[in-house]
Ligand binder design. Structure first.
Ligand SMILES: Cc1ncc(COP(=O)(O)O)c(C=O)c1O
Length: 374
């Protein structure tokens, strides 16, 4: 690019390191000559059971109407969510994935490069990415053995602090904040500082915190949720935020007129009704987690006990293991971009997927050991 054009480009973008997503199945198929059906992806915390049959049915019925614009306001999905969560429709904003709600929060609350955003070390990568994109300062607060240190986050609040992100459970660590600790924290955060509680994985938690009741009392709490994980709709891109009516009004103003599509809205509505799909997902997640933990213990690998549908595990050289498994048609997530080059993150798959992984992982570790000993 010529310097003339480069000088016109937003300086924040010039510095920005793009998000590294899980490797797509089609990409691995192209690169290694696999057929997509031979590949298993345990890299992006998707639901290995796929979407709910109720969602698939709703989608099939609607396909002939996709020439029509969606309801930009997502009226029926909001209504379904309001009844599901026992809150008002005016407390809900629908987003193109919960990532969009994260972006909307920056549109609404990050005004100048003096503003500061706080999140924990090893928090979900998109918070930092958005802070960089919007040109606001951010502080990554030291964590405590892969757990959010809420006291340290409270201490880090300054008059410049606009937004705090708390992912609970967090990605990529999988750790959660004890409910009482979270309640105490929410009570102590000054009313002018917005706390975004990212609950992308909350459906996997047996005793989730009662955060919705905080939204009913406090204007500075925003909850973020998604249909990408438990509900198996990651490809459709749909999530939502829950906040006070006034905050929702501004989040709505900041969004694109048709930010979520009709198919995504419909599938999300149908998925909410499928409790069986949720129970089956919880069952395979719990069984798979136990199996992986036992296997890691046998292999002498350190892992972080997880409250979500993935596990962070120490393998010595994450990139090496990632590439070894790719050769076998298995996609996991190396963690170098998080500053955790010795770790990988594995999504809990079906029993068959985990069998394949556990067959290949010891070989990959063995190759690593051989290379290191040379
Ligand atoms: C903690 C966390 N928040 C938000 C998201 C974004 O999810 P989506 O945009 O698919 O709703 C993810 C996705 O991996 C996540 O791990």
């Amino acid at each position: 690019m010529t310097n003339k054009i480069l000088s016109q480009i937003n300086p924040s973008l010039q510095k920005l390191v793009p998000y590294e997503p899980g490797k797509p199945i089609e990409e691995l198929a192209r690169e290694y000559g696999f057929s997509p059906s031979q590949i298993i992806k345990l890299a992006s915390n998707e639901n290995p059971l796929g979407p709910s049959p109720l969602a698939l049915n709703a989608l099939t019925k609607y396909l002939r109407q996709i020439h029509l614009y969606p309801d930009g306001n997502g009226y029926y999905l909001k209504k379904a969510l309001a009844s599901h969560l026992d809150i008002g429709v005016e407390n809900i904003v629908i987003g193109n994935g919960s990532n969009e709600i994260i972006e909307l929060l920056f549109h609404v609350f990050a005004m100048s490069d003096e503003d500061e955003v706080l999140f924990s070390k090893y928090a979900f990568a998109v918070y930092k990415l958005m802070a960089e994109l919007f040109g606001v300062r951010f502080k990554e607060v030291e964590d405590c053995a892969f757990n959010h240190d809420l006291k340290a986050i409270l201490n880090a609040i300054s008059p410049k602090t606009k937004l705090i992100f708390i992912a609970n459970p967090n990605n990529p660590t999988g750790t959660r904040v004890p409910n009482e600790e979270l309640y105490e924290f929410l009570d102590k955060v000054p009313g002018e500082v917005v706390v975004a509680l990212d609950e992308a994985y909350i459906d996997f938690v047996a005793d989730p915190p009662q955060t919705l009741s905080f939204v009913k009392q406090k204007e500075n709490i925003v909850i973020l949720r998604t249909f990408s994980k438990m509900y198996g709709l990651a490809g459709l891109r749909i999530g939502y935020g829950v906040a006070s009516k006034s905050v929702c009004c501004f989040l709505e103003r900041a969004r694109q007129p048709f930010n979520t599509n009709s198919l995504a809205q419909l599938a999300a509505r149908a998925s909410l009704e499928d409790n069986q799909h949720k129970l089956s997902t919880l069952k395979i997640t719990e069984e798979g987690k136990k199996r992986l933990e036992e296997a890691f213990c046998q292999l002498g690998l350190r892992f972080i006990p997880s409250s979500a549908n993935f596990i962070l595990v120490h393998v010595g050289d994450g990139d090496f293991i990632f590439h070894e498994l790719l050769k076998k048609g298995i996609i996991i997530r190396p963690m170098k971009s998080y500053g955790l080059a010795e770790w990988i993150r594995i999504t809990i798959g079906t029993a068959d997927q985990l069998s394949r992984l556990l067959e290949e992982l010891p070989m990959a570790l063995y190759s690593l050991k051989n290379i290191k000993s040379k």
